[in-house]
Design a protein around this ligand. Sequence first.
Ligand code: AMP
Length: 278
Amino acid sequence: MQLIESIPAMKEVSHRLQSAGSLGFVPTMGYLHEGHLSLVDTSVKENPHTVASIFVNPAQFGKNEDLSTYPRDLERDLKHLQARGVDYVFYPQASDIYPEDYGTWVDVDKLGDLHCGKSRPGHFRGVTTIVLKLVNIIMPGFMYMGAKDFQQLVILQKMLQDLNLDTQIVPCPIVREDDGLAMSSRNTYLDKDERKRALCLSQALAHSQQLFKDGVRDSRQLIKAAAEIINKAGGQIDYIECVHPQSLLPVEVAEADTRMLMAVYIGRTRLIDNAPMA
Ligand code: AMP
């Protein structure tokens, strides 16, 4: 496995890999867990070469968010990536990605303003911009992304389609801890009591799925039931919505592929989770 820090060096390798068959790419912000590594495993299985990137992207953090405290451990990440068969790790400097005179941003209309976009203005503009830059540098055939960040996945699919890029996103399922908590680098912020209470997100989703199975179709009722579980655990709800899986617009009547999306503060930590109704 080779660590590549410069953009020209990464481009040179990418050009070379183009002729060697399909290239899989796993973009991450590091501090890797089994959720990230499941994407790596799928890419390694499906492509002759896999590139993973580690870049804590300043452009997707708001002014009062956790950019400076975001967990990092490059050495540990590299060990994991090597063990899972990654060929190249792209680890660029923020000053190379966003030089002082940097001025181009990518915005996906409408989708980027909903849900997480409402509470994190500018967040998705930062995400789409860095992913487009990484796609241009690495030129992967396939990019492996987790359904954990469902809104991000839909926005990036729209961006690739709108901009006629050849890279295809391969959506991968959410990996959870044994008790149901969706794995996230931010789970490390939770203290012991918060870690227990954080279970309310997956429990609320599971409860809504059960209600749907029992015949409940009214989104308001499903959301109310989920909210009750979260309130009881002392979670602060940022939003809970039942949405169409492509438009991400709220639906009144839930169907099997309706996605329940939620963002909830457990203490000071903002967690997201989602699930289809069936
Ligand atoms: P991040 O490092 O948080 O930017 O995440 C990098 C990629 O890993 C994104 O495509 C995420 O959706 C994916 N990911 C993060 N957590 C999980 C998880 N628990 N299960 C599956 N994929 C995940």
